[in-house]
Design a binder for this molecule. Sequence first.
Ligand SMILES: [Zn+2]
Length: 180
Amino acid sequence: MSDAAVRLIPIQCPRCQTPVPAQVDEAAWVCGQCNQGMLLSEERGAQPLDVFFSAAIPAGGQGKPFWVSRGSVTPVLRKAYKGNQVAEMNQFWSLARLFFVPAFKLPIQEVISLGARFIHQPAEMKPGAVVKFLPVVVPPADVKAISEYIVMSVEAARKDALQELQFNIRLEPPQLWVLP
Ligand SMILES: [Zn+2]
């Protein structure tokens, strides 16, 4: 049996049992009938998931889904061919930061550059009404690895010639937010 055939197992809303028109590469949805959010579990089908919608999306507009997680980064080692940005790095990560990992279909380089931009300019997290949004194709299990790439991108952008970087990252469980 192919993967595609496995995914044809019907997915139903865990609250109202309405069938979900799920595509093969999707990971999370909001029920078109009752607005219940849900996340695909390979073993147990659709599980309830809280989905948050930004109030900044205009009525009738379409939002973009992001996994948002508060992350604490602990620098371990920074070596540069030239220059020294250790103090700047340590200062920046002395605060927990909000990681915004794009959950819609996007080339990985753009996922990382968009995530790095949000580290510096977090979106406003004011909840609003349910709106339509692009399909969620990134599962929460991928959030940590992508967040590590985002940290590397933020650090590579500093004004030294980065040679080697080591750090630890601790993320809170991600929330799904639909942003403008
Ligand atoms: Zn429902």
